[in-house]
Design a protein around this ligand. Structure first.
Ligand SMILES: [Zn+2]
Length: 147
């Protein structure tokens, strides 16, 4: 377990970006990628932050779903004096959706999830029998394996 950054100056910059360099231009990314390769501390921080991003998205999705269900339950099964409850449930849903949107826009969570999904698909692809793999369209194979 590494407890300190090997280059605190670079580490501080990365911390300011929440260890997200995915929005940087490729020619600017090199130095930071090299730092991630060299620095176990920043690597673990980066993993943690991406975990938080994805966790927030999932939490906001679940929360939005719960409020939506609450709204439906109130709306269909309790027809009297329910306007206030409905408004609360509706407000909760809107708030959750808003949080979801903010997290999705402000963090690389969507990119992370696409990467995770792509990794999973590649894993399945690698286990397919050769004759099925050969039948996959060329461009799909390139997308999955990168070669
Ligand atoms: Zn570092």
């Amino acid at each position: 377990m590494t407890s300190a950054c090997v280059d605190p100056v670079v580490g501080k910059i990365l911390a300011g970006w929440r260890y997200d360099i995915s929005s940087l231009a490729p020619e600017m990314r090199g130095d930071y990628e090299a730092h991630f390769a060299a620095c176990a501390y920043c690597r673990s921080r980066q993993r943690l932050h991406r975990l938080i991003d994805v966790g927030l998205i999932i939490l906001a999705s679940v929360s939005a779903g719960v409020f939506l269900i609450a709204f439906a339950v109130i709306h269909y099964w309790a027809p009297r004096h329910t306007l206030i409850l409905e408004l609360i449930a509706c407000g909760g849903f809107v708030l959750s959706a808003l949080i979801w949107l903010i997290v999705a826009l402000a963090t690389p969570a969507p990119t992370t999830m696409v990467d995770v999904a792509r990794l999973g698909v590649r894993h399945v692809h690698d286990r397919l029998p050769a004759e099925i793999r050969e039948r996959l369209p060329e461009e799909l194979r390139v997308k999955l394996t990168g070669s």
